[in-house]
Design a protein around this ligand. Sequence first.
Ligand SMILES: Nc1nc2c(c(=O)[nH]1)N[C@H]1C(S)=C(S)[C@@H](COP(=O)(O)O)O[C@H]1N2
Ligand SMILES: [Mo]
Length: 164
Amino acid sequence: MSPHDETADPLQPHSHEPNPAPPSADSSFELVLENGRSQTITVHHLQQLPKTSVGNCYIVSTGHGTSGPFTFTGVTLLDFTTHFCEEAWSELEVVSADGFGNRVFAGELHQPDPAGPILLAYEMDGEPLTREHGLVRMIVPSERDDALRQVKWVGEVRVVRKRP
Ligand SMILES: Nc1nc2c(c(=O)[nH]1)N[C@H]1C(S)=C(S)[C@@H](COP(=O)(O)O)O[C@H]1N2
Ligand SMILES: [Mo]
């Protein structure tokens, strides 16, 4: 797509060389609400919410091989948004400071895939997830397409209104 194509969406899954190194040491992220207010979310905040584990998760990359199965543990994105977002919303933009990110639709949280609910993960196989391995990492258990939704080092979660 040309850079002038207004339909180009950098947050749609697209071919990508994975970045191996965290963009910073700090694992906290900003939650940006539709009214522009933002709040810093730490791993400690996430640990106060219900804890959910999803087994049989794979990080599938055709270019770099498949790793797993892993059990990821954290808070479901549904529990997270129910707690922190008072207003109704239709999309979330989940992005890392390295520019990699993904869009999540409300329907995906309300009708979760049989593979498991989308998580903001802070543990892997019962151990704290390290910053190197992606803390805080979004895990989309249904995604098997080059790991293009498994966002490491979540830096911002932006709550957005449905686009026309
Ligand atoms: N923030 C961030 N997350 C990312 C990427 C990236 O470059 N930056 N690459 C994605 C891709 S393409 C792959 S294959 C996996 C690699 O995950 P791994 O390092 O756990 O194997 O991370 C995904 N998540
Ligand atoms: Mo990938």
